[in-house]
Design a protein around this ligand. Structure first.
Ligand code: 8BR
Length: 482
């Protein structure tokens, strides 16, 4: 198989057809990422300020949410000691203020899956990128790219209007800022005379989840969704992980699950071909994780996007613990378990498409009722891989022109090996012959499987936003075929 040829053909076809997509609705999670590279003397200053013994006490307690600066420093010390990435929530904005006053940040950028995907689609030249953030503050609005294609809905004098976020933000809202505290290998951290050296470059993310954060929309806007529906071919929905089990006002996750489902139903009404993609993420809370999958995604979404860890997490709450374990293995069992896992997700959640991205290969599992054929799905994955490779090598995608860089990146050897492992497994199981598997597409047992080897950048400029580029890219590419 000449995959580079497939890549070129798919890339040409999709870049030419992007203008045919009428529009995409993208909601919910946009935030501001404040990035700070933490240096040795800064850690030492903060440790002195808060006191070593207080921090050490909290290191032992291992706080799972951050309520004060000591807990924050404890989690930072743990991450630095182990060289491990972590994400910890904070439920008010005090920590944000404390960090601003005592540490400051180096730079800030658009964060959140919906925010990143909206900017990317607008940069690619997709028309009518209708982004929606329930907490659109003045500061947040400034992180959306300047593009006539990018608009946010609002209701003015009973009429739906679509304007750039900067023209219609709510001046009473505060920004949602997530802090990304990066640290480098070799940094020394000392507390009461005991020191350690950071073993690996990594980061601690403090995600802001203030009480006023709701996955919701005003009644007026909800009533206006039929007007939005006419301008789009699909919706990309992300951020359901913000839903909490309980709120101070007595509402619970059931209320927000119901509202989320209502929005999806309204977007789909009158258009059976409307594509509703839910982008999954890692969610610690298993009640919420399960509710998202079995109550929002099931029966309502058409497609679901996940990375390897997210597949394992999803399989876990759906009762497939062994398969979840196998997904995380480091050898050829992983690609086989990803396929078997996708089969269960497609069936149990009644989806039309399951999209899985992994380092080296992407998989789409497609049900027979999806309107696009397997070649269309394969082209969508190849286009997504070009975007991922661009994001990894250049560090941004400011225009469709930038994506030529991604096309130049060679296909990763391990991706070919993954395809061979899966082919061998499917042949052994009698699902297909090797010839049938040749170009990565097979029809098997009530679904089609599409798998492609991907382009992987040797020394990436950064890894932020690659997953979002893959999902938004595959989705919009598929819309060109509808
Ligand atoms: P998530 O953020 O959703 O986990 O997605 C990250 C994805 O980025 C991985 O699935 C992998 O496919 C892709 N990726 C990574 Br990580 N490093 C990459 C690289 N150097 N080049 C291309 N893709 C990469």
């Amino acid at each position: 198989q000449d995959w580079e040829k497939h890549y070129e053909a798919a890339y040409l076809d999709i870049t030419r057809s992007l203008k045919d997509v009428r529009g995409v609705f993208v909601a919910y999670n946009s935030n501001i990422d404040a990035i700070k590279h933490v240096r040795e003397e800064e850690v030492s200053k903060l440790v002195d300020l808060l006191g070593c013994s207080a921090i050490q006490e909290q290191v032992v307690q291992y706080p799972r949410e951050i309520k004060d600066p000591v807990e924050l420093m404890a989690r930072l010390v743990i991450s630095m000691r182990d060289g491990k990435a972590a994400e910890v929530p904070t439920y008010d904005t005090d920590i944000h203020e404390w960090l601003t006053d005592n540490l400051g940040f180096d730079r800030a950028r658009m964060g959140g899956q919906a925010g990143i995907m909206s900017n990317l689609l607008a940069n690619l030249g997709v028309q009518n990128v209708i982004t929606y953030v329930p907490w659109l503050s003045k500061e947040q609005a400034e992180y959306f790219v300047e593009s006539p294609n990018l608009v946010h809905p609002a209701v003015e004098n009973g009429q739906l209007v679509l304007k750039h976020p900067k023209e219609i933000y709510d001046k009473n809202l505060k920004p949602k800022v997530n802090w990304i505290l990066e640290f480098s290998r070799g940094t020394r951290v000392c507390c009461s005379g005991e020191c350690f050296t950071v073993p690996r470059d990594n980061r601690l993310i403090i995600s802001s989840r203030p009480q006023w954060l709701h996955i919701d929309m005003s009644k007026e806007l909800y009533e206006s969704l039929p007007y939005i529906r006419k301008k789009i071919d699909g919706a990309l929905l992300a951020g359901y992980q913000m839903i909490r089990e309980e709120y101070e006002d007595g509402t619970t996750y059931h209320d927000y699950v119901e509202k989320s489902v209502n929005v999806i139903c309204r977007l789909k009404e009158c258009n059976p071909r409307m594509q509703i993609h839910v982008e999954f993420t890692s969610i610690q809370n298993k009640v919420i994780r399960k509710a998202i999958l079995t109550e929002i995604v099931k029966e309502h979404a058409t497609s679901l996007g996940l990375d390897t860890v997210e597949v394992a997490n999803a399989l876990n709450v759906l009762g497939y613990e062994e398969l979840a374990f196998a997904v995380m293995s480091k050898d050829e069992r992983s690609v086989i378990a990803l396929y078997e896992g996708a089969v269960r997700l497609l069936r149990d959640l009644q989806l039309q498409v399951v999209n899985i991205h992994s380092l080296g290969h992407y998989i789409s599992l497609v049900s027979p009722d999806h309107p696009v054929d397997v070649d269309g799905h394969r082209d969508a994955l190849l286009f997504a891989s070009v975007l991922a490779a661009t994001q990894a090598s250049v560090g941004h995608i400011n225009s469709i022109g930038d994506t030529k860089e991604g096309l130049k990146v060679p296909v990763y050897t391990k991706g070919h090996e993954d395809l061979a492992s899966l082919a061998e497994y499917l042949v052994r199981k009698g699902v297909c012959s090797l010839e049938e598997f040749e170009d990565g597409c097979v029809n098997a047992m009530g679904h089609s499987l599409v798998i492609v080897p991907t382009k992987v950048v040797d020394k990436p400029a950064g890894t932020v936003g690659i997953g979002d580029a893959i999902s938004a890219g595959a989705f919009v590419a598929l819309l060109t075929k509808i």
